[in-house]
Design a binder for this molecule. Sequence first.
Ligand code: SAM
Ligand code: SF4
Length: 340
Amino acid sequence: MTYGMTQPVQQRELIDGFNRRVDYVRLSVTDRCDFRCVYCMAEEMTFLPRADILSLEELHRVARVFVSLGVTRIRLTGGEPLVRPGIEKLAAWIAAEPGLEELTLTTNAGRLASKATALRAAGVKRLNISLDSLDETRFRALTRTGNLADVLAGIQAAREAGFERIRLNSVIMRGRNDDEVLALTAFALENGLDIAFIEEMPLGAIDDHNRAEMFVSSEELRDTLAQRYTLLPATDGTAGPSRYWRVAGESGRIGFISPHSHNFCHLCNRVRVTVEGRLLLCLGNEHSVDLKPLLREHPEDDAPLAQAIIAAMDIKPERHHFSHDDNAEQLVRFMNMTGG
Ligand code: SAM
Ligand code: SF4
């Protein structure tokens, strides 16, 4: 294989030191966001200077090199990807890469109503949409700046735009929204959507609440749901961290992402790239490689970038060590910087 104008790179797949194949990349297209969710950001955030973030062309180049190394799935995320100008253009460039099987995007849906059709046309196949409450006042409190009506309009527009699947993501916190688990699930199922409940992770120092006190395990949520629904294990789940259940008579599935109570690291097939071009090998560890100098020092030669990505596989950690027992922040990195 030849990149740009340079020497051949023979390797066509990414295998880490624990024999896991990396075929999935989460690419953060911005650290900025129009919301300030209490579990994700502090109220006052400092965002990156524009010169430090990758251009759309550089983001595309990173995606292209990963696809040339056997990556088949890319998720665009952030921050809020829909605040990045040109997101539709970037999606179309990446979706057109030969070898890429699926381009997906995670969004807060605040701006989705006006962008859903263009994103679908660009080639985004599936969407994850964050929704933690169906109560307007509470939604505002949890997101600090979000408007529920905009998000619901975004969800409706996404349904009409014909995405292959739409999944709601809900982070459940005790005393904040744990009483909405059934209502959120009913909303998802009525609209033919999947829903995944996510355990809060200790990413970044937040000032809003004590994460240990508000922790709700997936087991507890599943017990709550089992009182209302007959849950059948889904056999068509992806190899990712979500464990899915079907509900008799419904098309939507219920998933649980349980980094605390169910360790899925042995199945890990993914890496993340921040909008600064830092390749993160694990959500719960600091191991990383800075790709930006390689992009900028070799503007027409992708080989150094490809070699650095291949070499980085050797430092992908075996597992994360998230714990909800002690409230010590284990990572200084906020989720908006990580690319959720
Ligand atoms: N802004 C988009 C959104 O909210 O969907 C995409 C980025 S956001 C960082 C991706 C996902 O990470 C969201 O579903 C959000 O709920 C989740 N998230 C953020 N901080 C988290 C944390 N500390 N623990 C668990 N999930 C978190
Ligand atoms: Fe923004 Fe998403 Fe983080 Fe909420 S979870 S603050 S919407 S990046």
